[in-house]
Design a protein around this ligand. Structure first.
Ligand code: MN
Ligand code: MN
Length: 467
């Protein structure tokens, strides 16, 4: 009887897919490594709250490893390392492989923009002797989450003399911060009857920036005047300069460990800087790969990847063409033989909201890097859906390297949906699959990831580059 049982048990082990918490499958030393890997990641997040800052941080790290600005006229040799920056907001890095570029390249593509509040072109106003900024939110947010939390202001202003002025307020220990105010519960009876989506409306996301009037008896809008005067003294800017500005309001808090066991990281912008950081670290560690390794850090993913810094632009396509040209190879030939990990996050199962997920096909915290074969919505609309062949190749690659992975789907069928840059890269005739880190509270000002999953994502990108 017991023998039959163990035979059945062995058969079950052979035939069933039996995902386990990665922490139970890893050596203690590797868990320690995973935790240590996330310490500099927290620093990266704090230094890179906008796409521009992520590019600056990325370039610094690349240059430290011998990467140099890409020159399309140069015929590079195996092992050479280059990078190209697009308008300060997206970045491509490549390390030349020992194999001919004609055989294709290996691409990891993450995005470095995150949901936030952008200032309107004419943001400053005064109401009831308070000064405020009007904002237009960027990306998919639950608006109520952005009230009553400390906010910082990051970005650039171009003034009447074409001077580019960098602005960062709210990050240094003694900096002031800003906030969007919300109604006290005592008077929120009507507001509480609104739906959650309408609880705080777009035009109610006004950022409080000052309250002191300019001392003068004659003029009106004294608080606005005082505020603009402070900005003029500090930055030399006037109200008209806000039109030629990109100012982003982001959470002012720093990345922190979460939990008594410190097993998770809470921060603004894990989506998708967690994949940007892990794929960046992977390429930084990649020396003399067989296939040329290419890292893309894109902008504008959260609003559909349009625009000249988004992945629908020609930046990647032309970079590949320029890289291949000195060898007499067409860019399209390279792309048609290339492979890509679309490095983006997926939703992690949240026990507080189990009803949106289908438990067998959702990703879980600590179960490793998540492979997402397709995204999309309503019957896979808007996804590239990776082929069985490419999914098999990646899965076997990770298994052979001992990288712990899981599968994920973005919620139940017809529950909602979403997309990544995968489809746009697939449209270039490249084999693509989504691979990234599961996230709790995605798109909230404070998102949560597991340190083990972050580390497994890094290992996945590295194994892909060196394969
Ligand atoms: Mn994303
Ligand atoms: Mn997103």
């Amino acid at each position: 009887m017991s023998e039959t049982k163990s035979a059945a048990k062995a058969l079950k082990e052979k035939l069933f897919m039996d995902p386990k918490n990665a922490a139970l499958r890893m050596e203690e030393a590797e868990v320690t490594k995973a935790f240590a890997f996330c310490d500099p990641y927290k620093g990266f997040l704090d230094a890179s709250k906008t796409e521009r800052e992520a590019v600056v941080t990325g370039v610094k790290l690349l240059e430290g490893k011998g990467y140099r600005p890409f020159d399309p006229a140069t015929k590079y040799n195996a092992g050479d390392k280059v990078y190209a920056v697009n308008r300060g907001k997206s970045l491509i890095a490549a390390v030349l492989g020992t194999e001919s570029i004609e055989n294709g390249v290996r691409i990891a593509a993450a995005h470095i923009d995150s949901p936030r509040l952008d200032l309107k072109p004419r943001p400053v106003y005064e109401d009831a002797e308070l000064a405020l900024f009007k904002t237009h939110y960027y990306g998919g947010i639950k608006k109520y989450q952005w009230t009553a939390i400390p906010l910082a202001l990051h970005g650039v202003i171009v003034d009447r003399n074409d001077r580019v002025i960098e602005v960062t307020v709210g990050e240094a220990e003694n900096d002031p911060v800003f906030c969007v105010t919300d109604l006290l519960p005592h008077l929120a009876g009507d507001q509480m009857k609104r739906t959650l989506a309408e609880g705080v409306k777009g035009e109610e996301l006004n950022v409080l920036i000052g309250s002191l009037p300019f001392k003068d008896d004659e003029i009106s809008e004294k608080v606005k005047l005082n505020l603009l005067n402070i900005l003029f003294e500090k930055y030399g800017v006037t109200e008209a300069d806000f039109l030629s500005a990109e100012l982003e309001v982001v959470p002012a808090f720093r990345a922190k460990d979460i939990g008594f066991d410190r097993s998770m990281v809470g921060a603004y912008g894990h989506d998708d800087r967690v994949c940007a950081y892990t794929s960046l670290q992977a390429i930084l560690e990649t020396e003399n790969p067989k296939k040329t390794s290419v890292l893309v850090l894109a902008d504008k993913e959260e609003i559909g990847s349009d625009g000249n810094t988004g992945l629908k632009s020609a930046f990647l396509r032309y970079f590949i063409a320029d890289l291949a040209k000195p060898y007499g190879v067409e860019g399209r030939t390279v792309l048609s033989r290339s492979e890509c990990l679309s490095a983006d996050v997926n939703a992690a199962f949240d026990p507080t909201f189990p009803e949106v997920a289908e438990r067998k096909n959702t990703a879980y915290l600590n179960y490793g890097v998540v492979i997402t074969k397709y995204t999309g919505a309503r019957g896979k609309s808007g996804t590239s859906d990776a082929s069985a062949e490419f999914a098999g190749k990646i899965r076997n690659l990770l298994d052979r390297a001992g990288v712990i992975w899981q599968t994920g789907e973005l919620g139940k069928v017809d529950q909602g949906g979403g997309g990544t840059v995968a489809a746009y890269i697939a449209n270039l005739n490249v084999d693509v699959i989504d691979l990234g880190v599961p996230v709790l509270s995605m798109h909230a000002p404070f998102e949560v990831v597991s340190k083990i999953d972050v580390y497994m994502a890094y290992r996945a990108f590295y194994e892909f580059f060196i394969a």
